[in-house]
Design a protein around this ligand. Sequence first.
Ligand SMILES: *Cc1c(COP(=O)(O)O)cnc(C)c1O
Length: 422
Amino acid sequence: MTTNNSAPNIKSSPQHAAMDQFLIVDNELQIGGLPLTEVAARAGQTPFYAYDRALMSERVSSLRQQLPDAIHLHYAIKANPMPAVVQHLAQQTDGLDVASLGELRVALDTGIEPQNISFAGPGKSNDDLTAAIAAGVIINMESAGELDRITRIANETGHRPRVAIRVNPDFELKTSGMKMGGGPKPFGVDAEKVPAMMQDVFARDLDFQGFHIFCGSQNLKAEAIIEAQTNTFELAQRLAESAAAPIQWLNIGGGLGVPYFPGEERLELAPIADNLDKLLSEYHNSFGDSEIVMELGRHLVAEAGLYVCEVVDRKESRGEVFIVTNGGLHHHLAASGNFGQVIRKNYPVCVGNKVHPTSEEDQELVSIVGPLCTPLDILANKVTLPKMQEGDLVVIYQSGAYGMTASPQGFLSHPAAVEVFC
Ligand SMILES: *Cc1c(COP(=O)(O)O)cnc(C)c1O
């Protein structure tokens, strides 16, 4: 048995990353320079999502400052397809990535050049492909069958489609929240089948742009992203050797995460940027004239968004306090833990109209639940917060991505949430 003279080892529980992106004035959270209660009045109802346009702009400009100039930044709309958000980011970024016909329409409505829009996603229908071809966007082809249908539509309509091959890589993004490449996958064309598919693309005289290599999402480990990006360039180089023309466009994916849960910290960008610099010079001969794209969804919008609901009831049950709100998993599936989490963890949460307790006695341990008749409807489990009463505003941070449109709003027929962009 070993002894230890140091202070008792009090194992502090992991904390959420500091949610310091939103100002607090007079103990009230501010969004886009407005107090939360004003934003609520403007929304006209709770629950609502509120997004801060200045925070989104800051995120884009900080990425631009740190990443090499040659990297084009795209916004992947599925993270937050609110048209006003997409319009804003269309002006700040170099392009948009869409994954459905509905998203394609929103992207085209921003007025950006169609060649700066790319369309990925398995199971594109003939209507999807016809629209994408008519619009002139880059289609990231997911299979040989899709190539055949694109060719047929091109022949029928007289267009020359812009196409890229989405590659299912022969490596994985390690420690990713959601793996989307490596092994057998419904996404993309297996790397080993790409050379043969390229021959077909050239034989059919389609406008071949290059490759889309996306391996995963929600990664907070710089080393894992560095490794994936290094592998991505290496794979793209191998594939480019069997292409009949130079690669004009190379989408190296994204995967940059944001901290949601206790113990998670914001991603360190500097080593990723350094490695990209290195890769760009190493592969200058192959890709020096190509447009190199990084596609980011949540990293651009998640931290700029809040979900806000209102306390309806406070009740005690066998020694525990439950705060019941008018919002829950029907609006915010991810915060409830039912959007791909294995072990439920809390998103960062606060009481937006009184962020800090006024005294020791002014706080209590509570669980915050929604109005749905299911035990899955939890917004925060056992958190210490200022004492709440009816009408107080519960705020879930990190809610600008995969929020409203990633939630089953029809479940239990409660009113829908609304969105405001401040
Ligand atoms: C979902 C998706 C993204 C965005 O992922 P984030 O984690 O939100 O950055 C990017 N590219 C493709 C192909 C996707 O399917």
